[in-house]
Design a binder for this molecule. Structure first.
Ligand SMILES: [Zn+2]
Length: 210
């Protein structure tokens, strides 16, 4: 049974990891329970280093996001769900899912930690969200995991973001230019397909600027 000291130590360690990933004070506070002023005094001795800007407060951005952003979101959401299914607590699952996302792409990262926090909040109905609004589904055509509104049923013939990426790759110069792997279409598409939702190459445009 963890003691109060153990829980506090874990909260501080989480806060440190979240700070390193660029999280806002509010995000760190909601995940760890540490008061924002304490987070600031522990990790932001320079006030100017505190991340600024407004974080998204609903999950609607996902529906309006372009294909590349949605694929990034799916990578994070699917990894988060996998880690939660393995028994990790939400804060740790978010940190590890976000690190896994960073490991598969190159900076600048299009999805910020705060946006990933928003995303998993609405997947699970925690932190920012009182109920679940997004769910992780398995595509019936390509088998990739993708995010859709709660209640959506994956059906054959309804392309997921990964299906659309594979379809558009050969005609969409923006997507082609975005991926560092520049072999033939077939090789690249099959490579992406093999890597699936948890690994996809970097797209350097369209960073999620806080
Ligand atoms: Zn698909």
């Amino acid at each position: 049974m963890p003691t109060r000291g153990d829980r506090h130590l874990r909260a501080v360690q989480q806060a440190k990891k979240l700070t390193a990933l660029g999280a806002r004070l509010k995000t760190i506070h909601l995940i760890t329970g540490i008061p924002p002023r304490q987070i600031q005094s522990l990790f932001f001795p320079d006030v100017l280093s505190i991340p600024r800007g407004r974080a998204p407060d609903s999950a609607d951005w996902y529906y309006g996001a372009n294909l590349i952003m949605r694929i990034d979101a799916c990578v994070i959401g699917a990894k988060y769900q996998q880690l939660r299914d393995q028994g990790l607590i939400p804060g740790e699952a978010l940190i590890l899912a976000y690190r896994a996302y960073q490991a598969t792409t190159l900076p600048p990262f299009r999805i910020s930690l705060d946006r990933a926090f928003n995303l998993v909040s609405y997947i699970e109905g925690i932190w920012l969200a009182s109920t679940s609004a997004l769910s992780i589904l398995s595509c019936q055509d390509c088998a990739c995991k993708f995010i859709a509104a709660v209640g959506t049923v994956a059906q054959r013939g309804q392309p997921c973001p990964f299906c659309k990426l594979f379809e558009r790759f050969h005609v969409d110069h923006r997507i082609q230019a975005s991926y560092p792997i520049r072999t033939t279409l077939q090789t690249t598409a099959s490579h992406l397909r093999r890597l699936g939702p948890s690994h996809h190459p970097s797209v350097e445009s369209e960073r999620d600027i806080p």
